[in-house]
Ligand binder design. Structure first.
Ligand SMILES: Cc1cc2nc3c(=O)[nH]c(=O)nc-3n(C[C@H](O)[C@H](O)[C@H](O)COP(=O)(O)O)c2cc1C
Length: 173
């Protein structure tokens, strides 16, 4: 069998493209956290991907429920499906939430800044009058622990890669 590292190269190529290309499917990973009533999954926009650090970054509202969930249980999962390549990317990570870059926040379009204000996500809606609050702009930094790549080729191929050396091994699909 070929070197599973080739598959890891493709995974990172997709993740990197997801950051740069709004239309690439890796732009919208699903982030799964453990909530008080069980697992919760939702889409976020992928903002940065560093293979060297093994890190993915996302932005969110500091008052959104997922932030409290990750403080209580930092182990999260991320999921990407790339239809054109018939490639499923499943990732396990440790999430840390901190303040977002204020300069970046200031550079966002007004409509995007407005998402970081008003009623907390999931609570009763308010009149929508409050403008963007930089204190609500949060960075989710996901340090990857494991990447599981499943390619629906003929035959199907699946490989598992683990930090810190990311040596991969083929596993049964
Ligand atoms: C295409 C798409 C992109 C989204 N991007 C983000 C994002 O970058 N950050 C974010 O916090 N929520 C984003 N959301 C909203 C989340 O999916 C979710 O509804 C919201 O963050 C509240 O999640 P929570 O209640 O689990 O904290 C996006 C939703 C969609 C459908």
């Amino acid at each position: 069998m070929s070197d599973p590292r080739d598959l890891l190269d493709r995974v990172w190529s997709h993740l990197t493209r997801g950051v740069a290309d709004r239309r690439h499917p890796a732009r919208h990973p699903v982030l799964a956290t453990m909530g008080p009533d069980g697992p919760e999954a939702r889409i976020l926009v992928l903002r940065a991907a560093s293979r060297a650090e093994g890190v993915l970054e996302l932005h969110t509202d500091a008052l959104s429920p997922k932030v409290a969930q990750m403080a209580a249980e930092p182990r999260v999962a991320l999921h990407v499906w790339v239809p054109k390549d018939r490639l499923q990317i499943r990732m396990r990570a440790r999430a840390e939430v901190g303040p977002g870059d204020p300069a970046l926040f200031a550079s966002l379009p007004e409509a995007a800044r407005a998402n970081y204000g008003g009623a907390a996500p999931g609570s009763a809606p308010d009149d929508g009058g409050a403008g963007g609050d930089p204190a609500r702009f949060a960075l989710i930094r996901c340090t990857l622990l494991e990447i599981d790549a499943l390619e629906l080729s003929d035959p199907h191929r699946r490989a598992l890669f683990a930090a810190p050396d990311w040596q991969g091994r083929w596993i049964a699909p």
